[in-house]
Design a protein around this ligand. Structure first.
Ligand SMILES: NC(=O)c1ccc[n+]([C@@H]2O[C@H](COP(=O)([O-])OP(=O)(O)OC[C@H]3O[C@@H](n4cnc5c(N)ncnc54)[C@H](O)[C@@H]3O)[C@@H](O)[C@H]2O)c1
Length: 252
């Protein structure tokens, strides 16, 4: 089940040690995919590549800034040069900022959208060509519970808006490429057990937990397993979908 032998996956923002992207890359590799680790910092990228190679997996590290067309082209070029195809794109890179709308500047708004939506657009567009040529593709993007109901613990309204934009973009694209063998889906995690969770004051952490029916944050592996399923052949008839992964804190 969920076998990905022969598939090539690009995971953006996958060079962060405790982040969701790294876990997604490890999970896809475990199922047999060759994985491209793409992130802003070379050191983080190299560490994840070494980790995958140490388990016998195939990985390529590329320094990427999703907001730059040149950087995105370089990533696609290197992926095709090294592995010959680009079958799976995981749009995981994202940034956030805790600020109220009253205190938010237009620059704050632009900075968040530049990465979370415009960068996602640039790389998604670039990945469509190789996917269309092959007649097979999977595009899976990280939205968020805050894109559906607002009120993220760590984000502001600009973050919520960008994650809502990712949902609309993905559903539209899913319709455009449905006959090309390409599926386009999102996952919408609630709070995930990353560094930011661990650094939260105890009182606030308890308040957050009280709002989660399962009484705990999600684990990065729980996000990665859903994404690995969506990337697989077994998910071939699912497109334009967004899957909530939030311990019951938001249901729609
Ligand atoms: N952690 C959570 O609770 C949570 C909840 C819902 C959604 N998400 C989403 O999941 C994704 C991963 O989050 P995370 O918690 O692992 O965060 P993280 O900060 O650990 O990882 C995000 C990665 O994106 C990279 N990145 C930022 N700007 C970039 C750019 N311009 N080009 C390329 N890479 C860039 C960062 O370097 C970082 O490695 C994000 O899109 C986030 O919005 C996270």
């Amino acid at each position: 089940m969920f076998e990905l032998n022969g598939k090539v996956a690009v995971v953006t923002g996958s060079g962060s040690k405790k982040g969701i992207g790294r876990e997604i890359a490890l999970s896809l590799s475990k199922q047999g995919a060759s994985v491209v680790i793409a992130d802003m910092g070379k050191e983080g990228v190299d560490e994840v590549v070494a980790e995958i190679e140490s388990t016998g997996g195939k990985a390529l590290g590329v320094v990427l800034n999703v907001t730059s067309e040149e950087s995105v082209s370089n990533l696609v070029e290197k992926t095709l040069e090294t592995f010959g195809s680009l079958d799976i794109l995981i749009n995981n890179a994202g940034i956030s900022q805790k600020v109220t709308v009253e205190d938010m500047t237009l620059e704050d708004m632009k900075r968040i959208f530049n990465v979370n939506m415009f960068g996602l657009f640039l790389i998604t567009k670039a990945a469509l060509k190789p996917m269309k040529e092959k007649g097979w593709g999977r595009i899976i993007s990280l939205s968020s519970v805050s894109g559906k109901r607002g009120g993220g613990v760590f984000g502001g309204a600009h973050y919520s808006a960008s994650k809502a934009a990712v949902l609309g973009f993905s559903k539209n694209l899913a319709r455009e490429v449905a006959k090309d063998g390409i599926t386009v889906n999102c996952v919408a995690p609630g709070l995930v057990n990353t560094d930011i969770w661990k650094s939260m004051p105890e009182e606030l952490a308890q308040k957050v937990i009280d709002g989660i029916p399962m009484g705990r944050p999600g684990e990065t592996a729980e996000i990665a397993s859903t994404i690995t399923f969506l990337a697989s052949e077994e998910a071939s008839y699912i497109t334009g979908e967004d899957i909530d992964i939030n311990g019951g804190s938001h249901m729609d």
